[in-house]
Design a protein around this ligand. Structure first.
Ligand code: ATP
Ligand code: MG
Length: 158
């Protein structure tokens, strides 16, 4: 369905803002203009939920989570940055693999299955987009994904 992504994104951020137990500060670094795009709302909600949950889970109390939207011509680029523990350089590309978790001991303590980002990747790719991460250990992580503004007819919705 067609949605104004700006409004949709704001709604999800607000939901997290109201439910969060942590003292994280949320910063919206994007303009209020409308950005119409055709997406499966349930699936992209899941993608955002998985990414934002990680930003909160792998950050100490009191960090800032920054939300950005950028227009990249053919695509809309969404990014979510945290000021958490970060990911070692050699592991950054593996975090989208099924069951992959950085540092087994730490992850066991925090709980989870290691599937959140693998599911996010599958759903972003089903929309014809891409997902990637940039991270610096001890400084924080940014997860980026794109959504094409015009979808191809033959794109797989499943
Ligand atoms: P699940 O999401 O299934 O509950 P999970 O959070 O361990 O479990 P993913 O969301 O797929 O699984 O993330 C994979 C791994 O990537 C995590 O275990 C964590 O080590 C690392 N990771 C993901 N996001 C971040 C982040 N924002 N900061 C630091 N590490 C992260
Ligand atoms: Mg997760």
């Amino acid at each position: 369905e067609w949605v104004d992504f700006t409004e949709f994104f704001n709604r999800i951020i607000e939901r997290f803002e109201m439910s969060k137990e942590q003292n994280a500060t949320f910063k919206r670094a994007f303009s209020k203009k409308t950005r119409f795009i055709e997406i499966d709302e349930d699936k992209i909600t899941q993608v955002l939920y998985n990414i934002i949950s990680n930003a909160l889970k792998y950050s100490p109390e009191g960090g800032t989570v920054t939300y950005r939207l950028r227009d990249r011509g053919e695509a809309l680029e969404v990014s979510i940055s945290d000021q958490g523990m970060g990911i070692p350089k050699d592991n950054v590309n593996k975090i989208f693999d099924r069951f992959y978790r950085v540092d087994k001991a730490r992850s066991r303590q925090l709980g989870g299955t290691g599937l959140g980002l693998a599911i996010a990747k599958e759903m972003v790719q089903a929309h014809g987009g891409a997902i990637w991460a940039k991270s610096e250990e001890g400084k924080g992580t940014t997860i980026y994904f794109t959504l094409p503004m015009e979808r191809d007819q033959e794109d797989d919705w499943e």
